[in-house]
Design a protein around this ligand. Structure first.
Ligand code: SAH
Length: 257
């Protein structure tokens, strides 16, 4: 029997392939198998050796996805077969990346693994849009939140919305601009000023990056007026968004208020 291999759970960074870490890149260079997601830039696969097996496990055009249990099993099987496996995930693997489930599964079977952090979209996309998520004058706290909060139990959801609306300066919502109407409604209902600035940043750090800005009051309309802003996108809410006026630097064709 071959010796057990190892699994590297690697953050690919938010989009621009150069935003992977040096460590993540080194893992790729040693990989026998790369299991990659839809949001991990496929350009990164070029760094894996030619012999490496490349397995896609994101969404297919028919919306079929490899189930999480199947991914967990695949990682374990390949490592038990003595291979070096890189699980390449968009952004940071610990931020809405289900790395916990994968690592738990590997730990259960005694398979060695490492987590290699990455640059998360909720910080990188705003940075490329000219918005630092914290700033001494505009924001001293920052939260990352899934746009799917409504799926939680109603009482818990109320507590969370209150905290987000009243207690946190900057909030990055991941996963789905489709949830924007619900997000702005909840924040306003729970006490956030409708004049609070909002940015929706799509395809962050990629050449296609596009941003629309507005306020909680008008961002839904502004998004409707700019149909080029599509997923993947980050909705960033907070006073820090104002800084974009002074320090935006990346986008060639910007959309402005
Ligand atoms: N682990 C990832 C997040 C996975 S959840 C990370 O740390 O970035 C997927 C969500 O991430 C998308 O729905 C979107 O909200 C956000 N996202 C990922 N890549 C993005 C990009 N290039 N620009 C804007 N948002 C992005």
């Amino acid at each position: 029997m071959s010796q057990t291999g190892k699994v590297y759970l690697v953050g690919a960074g938010p989009g621009d392939p150069k935003l992977i870490t040096v460590k993540g890149m080194e893992c790729l260079q040693q990989a026998d198998v790369v299991v990659y997601d839809r949001l991990a830039n496929p350009a990164l696969l070029e760094y894996a050796p030619t012999h490496a097996e490349r397995i896609y496990c994101g969404k297919y055009p028919d919306n079929h996805t490899m189930r999480q249990e199947a991914i967990n099993q695949l990682l374990a099987e390949k490592a038990l077969g003595g291979l070096t496996v890189v699980r390449l995930k968009g952004g940071d693997p610990s931020v809405f990346g289900r790395v916990g489930e994968e690592a738990e599964h590997l730990a259960q079977f005694g398979i060695p693994f490492e987590i290699v952090p990455g640059v998360t979209a909720g910080i990188a996309a705003p940075a490329y849009a000219g918005i630092p998520v914290t700033h001494r004058e505009y924001g001293s706290s920052f939260a990352v939140v899934t746009g799917h909060l409504r799926e939680e139990k109603p009482e818990q959801a109320v507590e969370k919305w209150r905290a987000l609306a009243q207690g946190i300066d900057t909030v990055a919502f991941y996963m789905g601009i489709g949830n924007l109407p619900m997000i702005r409604k909840q924040l306003i209902e729970h006490g956030k000023d409708p004049k609070t600035p909002v940015a929706v940043i799509a395809w962050g750090t990629l050449p296609e990056q596009a941003t629309v800005t507005g306020t909680l009051a008008d961002i839904e309309q502004r998004l409707a007026d700019n149909p080029q802003i599509t997923n993947p996108a980050i909705i960033l809410v907070g006073e820090v968004v104002q800084l974009r006026e002074k320090i935006r630097w990346f986008e060639a064709a910007q959309v402005e208020v």
